[in-house]
Design a protein around this ligand. Sequence first.
Ligand code: HGY
Ligand code: MN
Ligand code: MN
Length: 405
Amino acid sequence: MVAESTASPREQAAASFDALYADLHPIGRDPATGGYHRFVYADEELTLREWFTGEARARGLDVHEDRGGNIWAWWGDPADGDAVGTGSHLDSVPQGGPYDGPLGVVSALGAVDLLRSRGVQPRRPLGLVAFADEEGGRFGVACSGSRILTGALSRERALGLTDEDGVSYGEALRRTGRDPESIGRDDEVLGALGTFVELHVEQGRGLIEHDAPLGLYTMIRPHGRYRFDLLGRADHAGATRIQDRDDPMLTQAELVLAARRAAERHGAVATVGRVLVEPNGINAIPSRVRAWLDTRADEEATVRAIVAEVRDAIGVEPFEEMWTARVDLDLDLMERLDGVLGGIPRLPSGAGHDAGIMATAGVPTAMILVRNPTGVSHSPDEHAERDDCVEGVVRLADVLEDLLR
Ligand code: HGY
Ligand code: MN
Ligand code: MN
């Protein structure tokens, strides 16, 4: 729905925000918890793609999917170059919150409504984007869409990724009518982009401490995802003597404690949030435990040191499933945005974002963050106040108007 332009800019931004979020509310929502399950190329996410496409076309934008499965909605011809890109992602972690990702997409659509009501005539193309699979919730590699788009994730590696049911990325593409052999770096889109700005709900408490509705991210912390395959010997839970056991669950326990100790030692963070136990029977000693370590720090060397300490503590070499280098966002662009936004707080991001992948690919990139009153994210309890979200829409429009001059 496109909000009427009779209202004042702020009222219009609020109307756009309310209408767009009302559309999104039920899609992939678990009524028992209020959490969202929106995995890439699964039904809920395909519905979200249709929604975004419909909203973009209702605004007269020209919609194209790039070779990474990301959906771009263009105001102007990207072939003219030096385009401004803005947007975020629609997928979620399991039991995710309503704002992580969608807030950036909704705000981009709302900002277009405002630019139109102001009679802005962009002097360069504007591309709204809904990135595919930012969370990596289904196939394990975060930002798979933007990594494929920029060539950071090869077609071969992507197509071989599998989900919990053993469905490969390639098969998931095929099932949705996409050609797996067509994915890859998309120089046409990358070549069109001169600037990228992502608006995102804050995942942390920085703006609470600053008592400010909006901020700018300065950098994205380096982080990696490591899979530990812990092997043991299946046997009977009751009949097997303790001294005869080879139980990988013990190593798993040591892994978690070693990761926590290393993170504390280095002033960093480490999480083991996903564990797959085989055969996963109450009365069966596991034959194998697969555990994933997500660890992050300000410096890359620290992340590597933590992984090494965990590896040495349990004597198991992990498989590095994903690495994200530290990203320092574009200072000149940050200053330009700050000139429009009037001096707002600047914070580091503990969370990864597609903006980081775009910056790593050489696109001058900035991030605007919207206050999260509890700081909680990747949880059904994630929240953002409507007034702060509307402020984000209005200020994103201000920033885009400046960039499109
Ligand atoms: O894991 C992250 O930091 C992001 O939410 N994908
Ligand atoms: Mn997230
Ligand atoms: Mn996100």
